[in-house]
Design a protein around this ligand. Structure first.
Ligand code: BG6
Length: 504
């Protein structure tokens, strides 16, 4: 189904199905997945669905339901409704099992069949791997051996794979190969929750449903592009994970590159899943590789030191639980890159992503070239900062366009003004959570907002040499104070080109 159509609840209702969650005792299940399914039921997108949670922990059905209820009460965007809960809760089950234990899969299979019989479900199954990535391949292999994911249309068997998909190019290729030994590509849904965000999807609608932007969207009119993914959070108790990941893997390889590819891609021939993903993949394939000898010139690696964020004192990264006191892991990255294709030849894309920034903001800003002749004086024109089209992904979702305008009065004085579109005031409705959108799409078999195998490999192909160069050259991160906009080198990266970062 085409996700870019105006949908009504009824025309997006998928076939009845069982959602089987691996890693069901974990945080994601309680905070995101169960509340998402609950909201899909509240909004009548899902009518008949059962959930079977599984993981290594011993949990009874009742205890699982209790956790799920807490998850909905605490994390659902809507208010808790007792009557919906009473309809929902009896469809929740839990089955204990080891991820590598063949017998556990037989028991799981029997349980799923029992649940399907009880709820009169036709055997459609969506498996959600919300586990550590080290067991993704094992689970898929065991599902295959147990005959749980045979590639047939009816009833369907699909698998959602959480992030991260690999930690470098070699591991991503290996995981793709292991996945494809069991599953066909159209059964695999590699999740990137940024693609479930309304404003990320709106990038496509904005670009391709309006005739006025596309003619300007190229190297002839665009001076450069800035993409920012800034968070005020630190590593939030995930020091052990983050220590091995770093922000280049955690945010850039996946989320920011998805935003980049949607902003830079060519118009697809249709809004079919493969047409869209092929165009996105081509952008990633066109990224000019970074010369390992020049990695420190093009990529800034930073790490937060103690400081103050939103008025509270916070420790430095190396003082966080689970991190190495001499850690070189980056919590800030800024880079300059080029998309070497016809449309973008010579246009720099500056990306930055970081923890412990002064504010949370994700945006993409298209900086247009200045007017060809500075009719009103170079100085006045320079003060304007040029025309910038900024797509704010979060928070305060919306789009702004910066223009120069005459200040009322007898002389020609020019001041920057902003034209603004804000989601909240234009639509006045709350956007669904990313996981709601993505679960519904997977149940509908629509992979448009999921990453394809070759796409993931293309992004790792660009990222892995940076990690390798950092490793072999033992590149130390430059420290920045928590609550600042990052290390000096990041500012230098743009200053060297006569530009500066936007202050969102
Ligand atoms: C996750 C990262 O994928 O995205 C986190 O692992 C990060 O480190 C989060 O905080 C950001 O997501 P959002 O939706 O809050 O921008």
């Amino acid at each position: 189904m085409n996700p870019f159509r105006a949908d009504t609840p009824s025309d997006r209702t998928p076939e009845p199905a069982t959602v089987v969650i691996f890693g069901a005792s974990g945080d994601l299940t309680q905070r995101k997945l169960i509340p998402a399914i609950y909201n899909l039921i509240v909004e009548r997108h899902l009518t008949r669905v059962a959930i079977v949670g599984t993981s290594r922990s011993e949990i009874s059905d009742d205890a699982f339901r209790e956790r799920a209820r807490n998850g909905v009460e605490q994390h659902s965007r809507g208010t808790f409704a007792e009557d919906v809960w009473e309809h929902f809760a009896p469809g929740l089950y839990y089955q204990q099992g080891g991820f590598d234990d063949p017998e556990a899969y037989q028991a799981l299979k029997a349980r799923i069949e029992e649940v399907e019989k009880e709820h009169n479900l036709p055997g459609n199954r969506l498996f959600y791997l919300s586990t550590p990535p080290s067991v993704f391949a094992t689970i898929i292999r065991r599902l295959g051996e147990a005959g749980l994911v045979d590639p047939k249309e009816e009833p369907f068997a699909r698998v959602i794979v959480e992030k991260p998909f690999g930690k470098d190019l070699a591991s991503a290729k290996q995981l793709n190969a292991e996945v494809h030994e069991v599953l066909k590509e159209d059964q695999v849904f590699r999740i990137d929750h940024y693609l479930g965000k309304e404003t990320v999807q709106n990038l496509l609608v904005f670009r391709f449903a309006n005739g006025i932007f596309e003619p300007l969207w190229n190297s002839k009119y665009v001076d450069h592009v800035q993409i920012t993914g800034a968070e005020t959070l630190g590593v939030e108790g995930r020091g052990g994970y983050f220590e091995k990941a770093g922000i280049l893997r955690d945010m850039v390889q996946n989320h920011l590159f998805q935003v980049l590819s949607l902003a830079a891609m060519e118009p697809p021939v249709s809004f079919d899943a493969n047409a869209v993903r092929s165009e996105k993949t081509k952008v990633l394939q066109a990224l000019r590789p970074i010369d390992p000898h020049r990695v420190t010139e093009r990529v800034v690696r930073g790490q937060y030191a103690a400081g103050s964020v939103l008025g509270a004192d916070v420790p430095g990264y190396r003082e966080e639980d689970g991190t190495d006191p001499k850690s070189r892991t980056e919590t800030f990255v800024a880079m300059k890159l080029f998309v070497d294709n016809w449309r973008w030849a010579g246009v720099p894309f500056y990306l930055r992503s970081a923890k412990r920034m002064p504010k949370k903001v994700t945006e993409i800003a298209i900086h247009f070239k200045s007017a060809p002749l500075p009719l009103f004086g170079r100085e006045q024109m320079a003060d304007l900062g040029g025309n910038v089209l900024a797509v704010r992904i979060q928070p305060d979702e919306g789009i702004t366009l910066g223009l120069g305008s005459k200040v009322p009065g007898q002389s020609i004085e020019i001041a920057p003004v902003t034209m603004e579109f804000r989601y909240a005031s234009s639509f006045g409705v709350e956007a669904p959570e990313a996981y709601e959108r993505l679960l519904l799409d997977a149940l509908n078999g629509d992979g448009t907002l999921f990453t394809r195998g070759d796409e993931v490999e293309a992004s790792w192909r660009f990222i892995t040499p940076i990690h390798e160069a950092w490793e072999t050259q033992k590149v130390e991160p430059e420290l920045y104070e928590a609550g600042s906009w990052g290390p000096d080198d990041a500012h230098q990266l743009l200053a060297a080109d006569g530009r500066r970062w936007r202050r969102p």
